[in-house]
Write a protein that binds this ligand. Structure first.
Ligand SMILES: [Zn+2]
Length: 430
C-alpha cells in the first residue's frame, strides 16, 4: 500500500508543535536576515526593530511589512542574504507591471522547494507510476520548474513539453499516455478544444487522471467544467515568485489548501488598516519564509485576499488552511460603488448552460466613470441553436444575482476570443 502523506511528521503535526517549530524558526530567520544583509538590517533598524523583541509568534507584528516595491527598489540582488556565489538557480516574474521580481535559490532553497512540491503533488495523487505532462512555460517563470522538482522527487516520469504548440500537446498526451497535466486551468481547456478539433474525445481517448492547475485565478465552476470535460480530478496550486514559486500550499482530496506552514508562516491583515485579523476573517495574505536562505521574506504583502483557518480537515492533515484566493486587491474593480472581482463574473457565467469557458470582461472608462461589459462565446451547439438574446439575458440575471449590478452581456462567435497558452487575459481595457 502506498503511503498516505509525503511527509507525515509535518503534515500531521500537532498544531502546538507546529507553533513551537514556527517560533524557533522565526527567531532564527530574523536574526539571520538582520546579520546578513545591510539593506534589510537598516530597514529594520529604521523602524526601531531589534531581533530580541520577538518573544512569541504574535510579536511578528513588530516587523515592518515588505512589499513588491521594496523588491523592485533593490532589483535584482540587493536583498540577498547569502553570497552571490551560493545562488544556484534564479527565476523571475514576467515584470508586466514594472521590473521583474527575482527569485534566487541556494542549494538548500531548492531542496525545500522540491520537498513542498512533492508534498502537494503527492496529495493530488501523483505517484512514481505517473507520467506528468508539464505544460507550464519553461523560462524564467517559476511554475514549470517547481512542478519539475516535485515530480522528480516522487520519481514520476516527467514530460518536459513546456507550453504552446497545442496540437503537439495533444499528440504527446496520446502517444506518451500522460496521466497528469500541469498547466494553467485556461490552457487545459484550450488543449481540450484542440483535441476535439483533431477528432478526439477528451473524456475517453486519453489516459489523464489528474490536473495540477495554477498561476491564474479560476472559479469552482470552472474547476467542475474542467473535471467533467477531461474526466479528471483538478487540483489548485498556489505560488508566488517572492516566497518560493508554487508549493506554498498542498491541496488535499477534500480540496482544502493546507499551508506548508513549517516553511511559510501566514498572517492575514486588513489591507486598509494593516491590522492583523483573526482566523476565519477575510483579508490580505502576508507570508514570512521561515527557512529560505537566499532571499528570505519577512512579512511579505501578497495583495491576495483569502481566509486563514486552523480547523481540522477530514484528510488527516493538521497544517492550517487558506481559502482559495478570493481576488487580488489589484484586480478589484469598483463599479457604481459595487466591489467586483473577475472571479465572481466567471462564477456567474459558468453557471449558465450553453456558455463556454471563453469570455472577456471589458472595462471602459469615460469621464472618470468605469463601466463593465462582457463578451462570451456560446458552445458550438448552443450557437447553432440561435436565440442568443435568451442566453445573454440568463447571463445578465446570474451576474445580477451575485453582484446586484446590471452588466451588459453579449454573445459572440465561437473561437473569436484569442486563446492563451499561459495565463488567460480575462479583463481588457477598451
Ligand atoms: Zn485536508
Amino acid at each position: 500500500m502506498s503511503k498516505e502523506f509525503w511527509n507525515s511528521d509535518i503534515e500531521t503535526i500537532k498544531i502546538q508543535d507546529l507553533k513551537d517549530l514556527q517560533f524557533k524558526r522565526l527567531k532564527n530567520i530574523i536574526k539571520y536576515v538582520y546579520d546578513n544583509n545591510k539593506i534589510y538590517h537598516d530597514k529594520l533598524k529604521d523602524c526601531n526593530f531589534k531581533p530580541h523583541v520577538i518573544k512569541n509568534l504574535r510579536d511578528i507584528e513588530k516587523i515592518p511589512f515588505l512589499t513588491k516595491q521594496d523588491l523592485r527598489d533593490f532589483y535584482p540582488f540587493g536583498l540577498l542574504c547569502t553570497q552571490i556565489d551560493d545562488i544556484v538557480e534564479v527565476h523571475a516574474s514576467s515584470g508586466t507591471t514594472g521590473k521583474p521580481v527575482v527569485g534566487p535559490y541556494s542549494k538548500k532553497d531548492l531542496e525545500i522547494w522540491g520537498e513542498v512540491m512533492a508534498r502537494s503533488l503527492w496529495a493530488n495523487g501523483v505517484r512514481k507510476s505517473d507520467r506528468v505532462q508539464n505544460s507550464y512555460g519553461y523560462g524564467l517563470f517559476t511554475g514549470a520548474h517547481g512542478f519539475e522538482k516535485g515530480a522528480e522527487k516522487i520519481g514520476a516520469m516527467l514530460i518536459t513539453i513546456s507550453s504552446g504548440n497545442t496540437r503537439r500537446q495533444v499528440n504527446i498526451m496520446k502517444d506518451f499516455s500522460s496521466t497528469v497535466l500541469a498547466c494553467t486551468p485556461s490552457y487545459s481547456m484550450y488543449i481540450a478544444e484542440v483535441a476535439e478539433e483533431m477528432g478526439y474525445d477528451p473524456l475517453n481517448d486519453f489516459n489523464l487522471k489528474i490536473g495540477c492547475f495554477g498561476a491564474e485565478s479560476w472559479s469552482e465552476e470552472m474547476r467542475t467544467n474542467i473535471e467533467k470535460r477531461w474526466g479528471i480530478n483538478a487540483h489548485e496550486h498556489y505560488g508566488l515568485t517572492e516566497i518560493i514559486g508554487p508549493g506554498i500550499v498542498t491541496e488535499c482530496n477534500e480540496k482544502k489548501l493546507h499551508i506548508n506552514a513549517d516553511h511559510f508562516y501566514c498572517e492575514v491583515i486588513d489591507p486598509k488598516t494593516n491590522e492583523t485579523l483573526n482566523p476565519g476573517e477575510k483579508g490580505e495574505l502576508v507570508f514570512t519564509t521561515l527557512t529560505k536562505e537566499a532571499l528570505p521574506m519577512l512579512r511579505f504583502r501578497t495583495k491576495d485576499l483569502a481566509v486563514y483557518d486552523e480547523i481540522t480537515c477530514d484528510c488527516g492533515r493538521t497544517l492550517p488552511i487558506q481559502s482559495r484566493i478570493i481576488g487580488r486587491s489589484d484586480d478589484m474593480m469598483k463599479i457604481k460603488g459595487v466591489i467586483v472581482f473577475p472571479s465572481q463574473i466567471e462564477d456567474a457565467l459558468m453557471r449558465v448552460d450553453g456558455i463556454s469557458d471563453n469570455y472577456q470582461i471589458i472595462k471602459t472608462t469615460k469621464n472618470n466613470i468605469t463601466s463593465l461589459s462582457i463578451e462570451f462565446e456560446p458552445t458550438d451547439e448552443r450557437f447553432k441553436d440561435g436565440n442568443l438574446d435568451d442566453l445573454e439575458k440568463l447571463a445578465e440575471d446570474e451576474i445580477f444575482t451575485i453582484l446586484n449590478l446590471k452588466v451588459p452581456v453579449k454573445a459572440i462567435k465561437p473561437r473569436s476570443i484569442p486563446r492563451s497558452t499561459g495565463k488567460a487575459k480575462r479583463v481588457i481595457q477598451r
